[in-house]
Design a protein around this ligand. Sequence first.
Ligand SMILES: Nc1ncnc2c1ncn2[C@@H]1O[C@H](COP(=O)(O)OP(=O)(O)OP(=O)(O)O)[C@@H](O)[C@H]1O
Length: 294
Amino acid sequence: MSSDIQVPTAGGASPETAALLDRAAGYDLHQGAMQVQEDRPGDFWSIECIDLYKRFGSNRVMNGLNVGIPEGMITVILGPSGTGKSVLLSHLIGLMFPDQGDILVHGHSVPNMTMKQLLEMRRKFGILFQDGALFGSMSVYDNVAFPLRQHTDFNEKQIRDIVMGRLQEVGLTGGAEARMPSELSGGMKKRAGFARALVLDPQIVMFDEPDSGLDPVRTALLCQLIEKVHAENGGTYVVITHDIASARRIGEYIAVLWKGRIVQSGDRDDMFDSPNPFVRQFLAGAPEGPLGME
Ligand SMILES: Nc1ncnc2c1ncn2[C@@H]1O[C@H](COP(=O)(O)OP(=O)(O)OP(=O)(O)O)[C@@H](O)[C@H]1O
């Protein structure tokens, strides 16, 4: 059975990561997918994309894409601009569906879900969109409280405790909670969006280009925050970006997307040591190599 997925090795990873990667060694994505479905739901791969194809008219965006997202780790999906990272993210949460192929979330096929199952499945996810996607007419507090008011029966005291706890976690208290989104810097908007993504205790948190619009220092601070919150809360994090520095900083597992396929995936050290010419060029940010201006 063939697959684009590179079975990861444990070399150089943290003990927790190494233990997870050890469990993956010896079987490829397809075998792993079958095991996950049959007897160990969500045990290793939190999400699996299997032979995905997607086109918009003549624009073929996914072309036999295979990738596994390991449970409990921070995975970075890296790729040049316009390669379909946001389209892939939309598929993972069932906002778009593939022309062919399957997406399994904890072993369950997303394209085959009923609308009710899809809505339930999306409750597993917290998502930080590029600009925080805050409601402009609501304060930071009300933005963060919104999912709790929509999806739970908590009273306002319980909501306040959760909202203020999450805002504190992302460093947005001391009056910031009363501000309107238009009064926030780009970094603050992202932190508010992050707090909102966390309020329902998601099992999987997705970040769509968290570094977009931030200077390198604020990007580094946001990465530090993502790592800290992940260490405190656990869960599966998926970060979509073209920023190599962010990938190196927080990616325990890295998948590189190009021309509709995952060129290679594996643990950080293996990826930054990759012999694959495209992966080498991209991760080095080098002008020479197979990647051109097209
Ligand atoms: N709803 C849509 N309808 C038609 N084409 C689309 C749609 N969404 C995305 N595309 C196309 O799919 C391709 C991939 O877009 P996508 O936004 O996923 O790229 P990306 O890798 O996230 O890029 P960037 O890093 O610049 O944000 C682009 O050619 C885009 O025009």
